[in-house]
Design a protein around this ligand. Structure first.
Ligand SMILES: Nc1ncnc2c1ncn2[C@@H]1O[C@H](COP(=O)(O)OP(=O)(O)OP(=O)(O)O)[C@@H](O)[C@H]1O
Ligand SMILES: [Mg+2]
Length: 221
């Protein structure tokens, strides 16, 4: 489903060069739930952003499904991302002056779909994460765990084949973290969604199919 070949990422500023990723080779099978761990600054978010086509590698190739991505332009990349990928970030990235249901609808705006259909799908996604009773709230009126569930609903509303999650339980207490983890495991088991999750929590990582460890930009296991 995901194939990375010899991925290298160098960040350059006027004074320093940081080798954030160093020849990463990684394949993720369809339906796999993979976790990525490693110390702060080792390149986890960089790797996830590259898999998610939000950032381009300095060198190397990425294929998602049958699609090679190297030659795609910005618009094609955006359309491809919108259709295939769902993102969940540690700090939720919700829009505070939009109601919950409108936040969840956002990925559908780029598809030809009536407002009624969008609302229907957003409501269903919110039901899946147990938030049907909060659809007209604003994000600031929700707890952290509820916000993260809104972010998950937004990630799944377009039925992406792949979900990329960057420390989705990082800001939550362990009970809420477990709940979020259950939702992700459920999506993986029941809908066959491929998931790549960055985490610093060994317990969460051990619930997934496979763990990749990074150190200083290199894969160590
Ligand atoms: N935009 C950038 N410009 C320059 N250097 C960057 C940039 N983004 C990240 N880096 C550097 O690349 C390295 C990897 O960063 P990254 O954010 O991927 O780490 P991480 O493993 O996600 O860390 P954390 O666990 O703290 O989130 C770090 O050394 C960081 O300083
Ligand atoms: Mg990070």
């Amino acid at each position: 489903m995901i194939r990375l070949q010899n991925i290298e990422k160098v960040y350059r500023t006027s004074t320093i060069e940081t080798l954030a990723l160093n020849s990463i080779n990684l394949e993720v099978a369809k339906g796999e739930f993979l976790s990525i761990m490693g110390p702060s600054g080792c390149g986890k978010s960089t790797l996830l952003n590259i898999i998610g086509l939000l950032d381009a590698p300095t060198r190397g190739d990425i294929s998602i499904g049958e699609q090679k991505t190297g030659h795609l332009g910005d618009r094609e990349l955006a359309a491809f991302r919108n259709k295939k990928l769902g993102f969940i970030f540690q700090s939720y990235h919700l829009i505070n002056d939009l109601q919950v249901v409108d936040n969840v609808e956002l990925p559908l705006l780029y598809r030809s779909m009536s407002a009624k259909e969008r609302k229907q799908l957003a409501t269903e996604a919110l039901e899946k994460v147990g938030l049907s009773n909060r659809i007209n709230h604003f994000p600031t009126q929700l707890s952290g765990g509820q916000r993260q569930r809104v972010a998950i609903a937004r990630a799944i509303v377009g039925r992406p084949e792949i979900i990329l999650a960057d420390e989705p339980t990082g800001n939550l207490d362990s009970a809420m973290g477990n709940e979020i983890m259950e939702i992700l495991m459920d999506l993986n088991r029941n809908e066959g969604t491929t998931i790549v999750m960055v985490t610093h929590d060994e317990n969460m990582a051990h619930k997934t199919h496979r763990l990749v460890r990074l150190f200083d930009g290199s894969q160590v296991s």
